[in-house]
Structures are given as structure tokens and as C-alpha cells.
Design a protein around this ligand. Sequence first.
Ligand code: PLP
Length: 453
Amino acid sequence: TTAGGPTDAQLAAGRRAYELDRAHVFHSWSAQETLDPMSIVKAEGVHVWDADGKRYLDFSSQLVNTNIGHQHPKVVAAIAAQAAELCTVAPQHANAARSEAARLIAELTPGDLNRIFFTNGGADAVEHAIRMARLHTGRRKVLSAYRSYHGGTHLAINVTGDARRVPNDDGDSGAVHFFPAYPYRSYFDSATPEEETERALKHLEDVIVLEGPANIAALILESIPGTAGIYVPPPGYIEGVRELTAKYGIVYIADEVMAGFGRSGKWFAVEHWNVTPDIITFAKGVNSGYVPLGGVAMSEAIYQTFAQRPYPGGLTYSGHPLACAAAVAAITAMREEGMIEHAAALGENVFGPELRAMAERHPSIGEVRGAGCFWAIELVKNRETREPMAAYGGSSPEMNELVGALKAAGMLPFANYNRIHVVPPLNISEEDARRGLAIIDEALALADAHVVS
Ligand code: PLP
């Protein structure tokens, strides 16, 4: 047990929580009885503690959402103050917390994306963004990328391009998938990032033309795909997507649920390319998940579609005061404490150089890539063939061993297939960032041992 760690009562509650969890809680994306959830009893800043009192450096930000770290005092206080004043108000009324959150978000989003529809999270933001695009255009199809994640509800999982879509695919969702630009695993046999951009855009235009532009309501794309591998688009790709969608009258939905609110060192990842989409979907970092919140930021043109005609959709908890008060406080704290600038500097000066140096030392690293506090280490068994350390959509004994070693060394990692993601809170100190990287560096010896050359 570390100093400042949980009390005996918290530890006992954590052990009981584990037993009750196993008896009654049904978990996401899991075979229920093969799961062994960590019981978390306390969290503060970049650390969490389990029911044995062991402290972990949270290099996952939970599900890449706790951008301001755990238990930020200003946000905890804002939620408490809002709870004391007004806990709930129906969406048809106006409310100070909601209005102020909308104003702040409108101020941060690019261009004329100044109208905000609030949801409870990312998936429902995606559902509503697509519904708005369909009503705005009178078209139905939705283009989306393979190797993407857009959420677990019906339409959101159908536009998703990840292994989890397949068992949910109803074949009638209107989703049409295209191959995105991904230089390390190019579908187009490109030799350079520039060639990848050119070929991926040519492919996308072919898909648009062959599917019939008059049938395509929207294109949804993560500005920097997150869960699918933080594969930063090559130069010109996002600009090209903006041009093609404008050319064919397709609503461009930038899904910034994971990349947004500072994760990549900008408020929104589209800013890396100075692009303004028609819609931005957001969630996670908007209030670091202290209270569930997501939303859709839309252009004036989309908004005008519903100026005189009712928007057919809504949620009881749209713009919930507790969630919006948390957003106001989280955004204000991020601004006052310079968290976006700090994340950008960490990416430039610590994560980028250190991970690239690690890639020199470890033959198991195929590629490192990212920006800000948003990095992926892609592990391979063979650098020449790029054979992944775990197959797409699956796990492997090698990856399980690595993740086990990271946890044993006191880290909570985010791992997906053959990748370890480096996604700590944006306000992590340089010292803690380097400590986490050192843990990964040491554990990678295990992965190196599985390299065949
Ligand atoms: N879109 C992206 C890019 C995401 O990363 C996620 C979640 O990871 C979602 C949508 C879905 O968000 P939620 O899990 O809040 O429904």
C-alpha cells in the first residue's frame, strides 16, 4: 500500500464490489465468465488504486476520456454545487449550466459550428449526427472507414469498421465502408505518405461515384482514428476528404469523440489540418466522463434545416445540468491550466522522441505514431512482413503477457489487438510521463523475445 492510498474500509468495500460485480453486473464486449475486472477503490490525478491497495499509473485515461485526470477538485466542486442547486431539468427548458456549456463548446469548435445538441455519450451523438445529415440531404447512405470505431448502438456500430461491427451488422443500415489512408498498412501499396493520400482519395472518390453521390447523406470519419490504432492521417488526406464531401454535397461528420477536447494537443484534431467539417461529434473529454455527456456541434446550414421544421429526435437527459456543469468546469480548468498546450508539448518533446527512440531499441515495435497525449505502439512479430503481435480482432498470448507485465509494474495500460496506446491524462507531469514510458520500455523485452526475423 502506498502513502495516500485507500483506507481499510475502502479496500473492504472494493473486495465486496468485486464479489457483487461477479454476481450481478453484466459487462460490455465480454464473455461474462472469463472476465476478471479490476476493482478500483480510489483515484486521484493520474493514479488509481485497486482493492489490494496497489497503485497504478493510469496510462489509459480509463477509456481515453479522463483528459483532466481523476477527481479534479474544480470539477468535483462544480458538480457538487450544481447538485445542491438543481439536479435535473427537462431538455425543453433553458438552464444556465447547459447554456454556458453550449457557449463554451461553440467558442472552441471551428468555423460556424455554433449550435450544440447534447447527448449522453458518443454513440448517441453519432446516431443523431447521421439522422440530421439524412434529414438535411434527403439521402440515406453513410460512408465510413474500415478500422474505425463510432460506438456500440445500432447505427453507430454499423458504421463502425472494426471487428465488433460484424456480429451486429444488419445489412440494411445504409453503411458503406471505404479504406482509409493508413500508411503503415496501406491498402493501396503506397510507398510514401503522399502517395497514400493520393491513392486513398482516389479510392474514396471512386466509392462515392459508384455508390451514387445522390444517395449519400454523410461521410463519418475519426479525424485521428483512436481505438483502431491512432493512425494519424498523412498530409493532405483530411483536406481531401473535406473537398470531396463538399464537391458531392455530402455532410462531413468529423467524429472527435476520442480525438477531441485536447487529446491530440489541439482542442479538435481537425485543427491540425485547418479543416471545418459540417458536424463534429464529441463526448469523453468534454467533461472527462465525470458525468456522462456527448453532443453534436453543427453548422448553420444543418441548423437551418430544423429552424422551422421539428427535429424528430431527443433524449430525456439531453443537456443534463450535472453533466453540463462538469463540462463548463472541465473546459475552464483545461484553459486556465494550459492543458492543451501541455499535451502538445509532451507529444513534441517527450512522447514523440522517446517512443521513436524505443522503436530503435525494440525489434517488436513496427511503428509508433501520434500527437499530444495520443500515441500508439504497433507491435509486430516480424518487421519485414509486419505480421502483427496479435491478429486483427483478436488477442494473443504474447500481448496478454505484455499487458500482464505492465500491470504488475504498476501501470493501467490501454491495449487493443497488437497495440499499446499511450493515452494518459493531458495534465500528466513530465516525470510521470517518463515513468510510464520506462515501464513500457522495460516490459517490451518480453515482446522482443517473440520476434522472429
Ligand atoms: N466515436 C469514437 C471515435 C469513439 O472512440 C467512441 C468510443 O470510444 C465512440 C464514438 C462511442 O462513444 P461512447 O462509448 O461514449 O458511446
